[in-house]
Write a protein that binds this ligand. Structure first.
Ligand code: AHG
Ligand code: MN
Ligand code: MN
Length: 351
């Protein structure tokens, strides 16, 4: 207990860099440590940072719709006011379709793969994204985010990519990350090699600065995060797991605290920093749960596992699933290794 009678919160495991490092500088340094790198992946990451800044700018104005104009109406400048999810979706496409680095894209907001227009060159990479995650939270001024996942193409020939390039295993991702529009805007990404880094946008200079170097998720946490409103719809094993976390047992750090924002990006971000488990399980009615494999579960699973955690459907590793449909859903348990291992035991799965 501290002198104020409050148990101090454990400091998250992050390294605070002592020098100012912009994301551009960081990406360049990483590229130089890879002899032979073409620079294409670096270019894609620069464009993610730009897209994140552009979406953040609009998110910051979201509360002003009553003054500037409702969505779908004409605002005071005579421009049509777009819905934020539409803006974010188009922003990704406009920033990436002419990059010359991608051969095909896919978005949560579009049923079919998004081709690269004929007038632009195609490249060797594939991008999948959830342009605005947690969009039901926008009007309540609650944190939202964007999620991205990058693969190298598998089709040959240099032209446009196909569905085959998009339907992949998460373990094949070459980079993944998210931008969180929270009390500050943060970009967190990984290109593998056990490294996950976080950058915070300094709005006064418009730059993402390295703020959370080499994020490591605690091996065990004390928070669980799930929509417990669906408790009575859950499978027995999942319900028993929740009950287990709620039991009182000081030695094993129970009961856990519950935290659920309802924006995956925000819930996973907290889980990365503080540890614990985030879950969106399947139910009798919806065995696949709600979240989408390719642009929600896979990129977050890559981040969590590169930071030392675990991501599972409860039965098998998320990153080993071969996607069969662009918008397929998947039950999800991710977070601290020990917490997810325990969830897997209750779910009756194997690691
Ligand atoms: P999106 O806004 O991209 O459709 O995603 C919403 C998702 C995710 O952010 C969150 O974890 C989940 O929906 C919340 O769902 P419930 O309201 O069912 O808890
Ligand atoms: Mn989403
Ligand atoms: Mn979305």
């Amino acid at each position: 207990m501290s002198s104020k009678g409050v148990t101090p919160t454990k400091t998250p495991i992050i390294t605070r860099p002592s020098q100012i490092v912009t994301i551009d500088r960081y990406i360049l340094d990483q590229e130089q440590s890879h002899p032979g790198a073409s620079g294409d992946l670096s270019g894609l990451l620069y464009d993610i940072a730009l897209t994140g800044k552009m979406i953040a700018r609009e998110v910051r104005k979201a509360g002003l719709v009553d003054i500037l104009g409702q969505t779908g109406t004409i605002n005071v400048q005579g421009e049509e006011v777009q819905k934020l999810d539409d803006y974010a979706h188009e922003c990704f496409i406009k920033n990436f379709d002419h990059s010359g680095r991608l051969c095909v894209m896919a978005s949560e907001e579009e049923e079919e793969p998004i081709p690269i227009p004929d007038k632009f060159e195609c490249g060797n990479y594939v991008l999948l994204f959830d342009p605005l995650d947690g969009s039901s939270n926008i009007d309540a001024n609650v944190s939202i985010g964007s999620i991205f996942s990058i693969y190298r193409r598998i089709t040959e020939g240099g032209g446009g990519g196909t569905l085959e390039d998009l339907l992949r295993k998460g373990s094949e991702q070459v980079a993944a990350g998210y931008v969180l529009y929270g009390s500050s805007t943060m970009l967190v990404y990984t290109t593998g090699r056990g490294q996950v880094d976080g950058f915070t946008l300094d709005p006064s200079i418009g730059e993402f600065l390295l703020s959370h170097a080499d994020i490591t998720i605690p091996d065990k946490g004390k928070i669980y995060s799930c929509n417990e409103g669906y408790r009575n719809l859950l499978f027995d094993g999942t319900r028993r797991f929740l009950e287990h976390l709620q039991e009182v047992d000081k030695d094993s750090g129970r009961p856990y605290s519950a935290r659920y924002i309802g924006s995956m990006v925000a819930d996973v971000h907290r889980t990365l920093l503080y540890g614990g488990i985030f879950m969106y399980p399947g139910t009798e009615k919806a065995p696949g749960g709600k979240l989408r494999l390719l642009y929600e579960a896979n990129p977050m699973a890559m981040l969590i596992e590169q930071a030392g955690g675990l991501a599972s459907t409860g039965k098998e590793p998320i990153l080993e699933l071969q996607a069969t449909e662009l918008h397929q859903r998947v039950p999800l348990f991710m977070g601290s290794k020990q917490d997810v291992e325990l969830a897997i035991e209750f779910e009756g799965g194997a690691r």
